[in-house]
Design a protein around this ligand. Sequence first.
Ligand SMILES: [Zn+2]
Length: 116
Amino acid sequence: MIDKPGTNQQRQERLDRERRTIRAMIEICCRGHHGTHTLCPDCLNLFTYAMERIDECAFRAQKPACSKCSVHCYKPVMRERVRHVMRYAGPRMLVHHPILTILHYADSLCTNWKVR
Ligand SMILES: [Zn+2]
């Protein structure tokens, strides 16, 4: 992990938030589809995979949130699963985790402004 104080701190916070957002979304989806209170093995597998992608991403230069990223580091099959989770959990996130959701969209907006 990168642990230079200061320069990368904001990005680390954003990555942390991305991790928490993905965790929350997968939890909502798993509860809805698989009736579990914690993540079932399948969803845990997806979550672990997503975390690995974020860790790998953290080594690279400034990058936008995964949803806006053009690198597409997810394997196609995993990307499909994550997209399914986002579609299902997206609207429900506002109810369960309003602050995380707003920050998540704020991240995307900021990234868009920087790109343009
Ligand atoms: Zn599940």
